[in-house]
Design a protein around this ligand. Structure first.
Ligand SMILES: Nc1ncnc2c1ncn2[C@@H]1O[C@H](COP(=O)(O)OP(=O)(O)OP(=O)(O)O)[C@@H](O)[C@H]1O
Ligand SMILES: [Mg+2]
Length: 323
């Protein structure tokens, strides 16, 4: 495995401000700190070439985890190994093999064209001329972004800027990528393009990618495996489709009838979501679906029937909400 995280925790000490004037004075002399457990004893392993989705609601601890893994933050406890390195030592050999893209933060020089930042990266990472030219060419091809690298960054659109951010983080061709909301704020077309890029980067270089996103499309399209985190703890680590099975024991059944039916008669099969002639929507327990459906088909004249898993988005919301 290339990433190993054992019992990682990260606490932040947050200064508690008391309200009111007396409170202000009091807190000036008597500072109170509260600890926020941003990451609370998490463990996981990732194999080479995996593309893993790291999902959870706002404040779950995703960014904090990625910062610990890339060595930007010191963990409070636990042991992390990336390619055998301790990230916090920030050895050059380690830094050369990882890349961190943060959708909410930029590393480009605002007034200068992106290519100037690229040249700086080239120096920092000691990339040879030939490798620089080759990698830059490949990345710009993949991202379809050749013609914008000489335009001052401040004149670029959000999507174009994100492309330049990505090139900056990948110029040294890292084996391991931490992508923290790389598609945030982008329009659907650009999101799709970036997804394709991430897929290709993963395939082409057998790179290992840990990706956070609030867009379930990203995760559904890219990641077979997901790690779900909430309040700093891992709720689920496994195949995305199994998450749906585990957390939603129901299937959505949509039936179109020939004639008007009495919706009450269907409550014995499951939960009737709604009925508007000719269509009835039901939630039926997974293991009762086939018997229920065959009974309905034999008792009624049915035009059409549709059996679906609930939307991942809904399931995720349920996982977080029901907790
Ligand atoms: N520098 C900091 N100082 C104090 N608390 C922090 C700091 N950074 C994050 N936190 C807190 O730690 C928790 C985890 O934050 P984190 O940014 O890791 O969440 P996240 O999962 O990335 O959320 P989002 O989806 O909104 O980006 C939150 O409660 C947050 O308020
Ligand atoms: Mg975050």
């Amino acid at each position: 495995m290339v990433i190993s995280v054992k019992n990682l925790s990260k606490e932040y000490s947050v200064f508690q401000k008391e309200t009111g004037l007396s409170g202000n004075l009091k807190s000036l002399f008597n500072r109170k700190y509260e600890t926020v457990k941003a990451v609370d004893d998490i463990s996981f392993e990732i194999e080479e070439g995996e593309l893993v989705g790291f999902i959870g609601p706002n404040g779950a601890g995703k960014t904090t985890t990625l910062k610990c893994l890339s060595g930007v933050l010191y963990p409070s406890s636990g042991k992390t190994e990336i390619l055998g390195f301790n990230p916090n030592e920030r050895k050059k050999a380690f830094l050369k093999q990882i890349g961190l893209v943060m959708g909410q933060k930029n590393q480009l020089w605002w007034d200068l064209p992106a290519v100037d930042t690229f040249i700086l990266q080239k120096e920092i990472y000691e990339i040879s001329d030939s490798r620089y030219n080759k990698t830059l060419g490949d990345l710009l091809d993949l991202l379809d972004a050749k013609d914008i690298i000489k335009i001052p960054v401040k004149k670029l659109s959000l999507g174009q800027r994100m492309k330049m951010e990505i090139v900056t983080s990948l110029l040294h061709n890292p084996k391991i990528l931490f992508l923290d909301e790389p598609t945030i704020g982008l329009d659907v077309v650009m999101q799709q393009k970036l997804r394709e890029f991430i897929k290709e980067y993963n395939n082409k270089y057998q790179s290992t990618i840990l990706l956070t996103s609030h867009y379930m499309n990203d995760v559904e399209e890219l990641c077979k495996r997901v790690i779900v985190i909430n309040h700093g703890k891992i709720l689920y680590d496994g195949v995305l489709s199994n998450l749906v099975h585990e957390y939603s024991p129901y299937k959505n059944i949509r039936i179109t009838f020939k004639d008007n039916v009495e919706p009450n008669k269907f409550t014995k099969f499951g939960e009737v979501e709604k009925y508007a002639y000719p269509q009835l929507e039901l939630f039926i327990k997974r293991d009762e679906v086939s018997s229920a459906v065959s009974k309905i088909l034999s008792d009624y004249e049915v035009e059409d029937i549709n059996i679906e898993d609930p939307e991942i988005e809904d399931v995720i919301r349920k996982v977080f909400g029901g907790e």
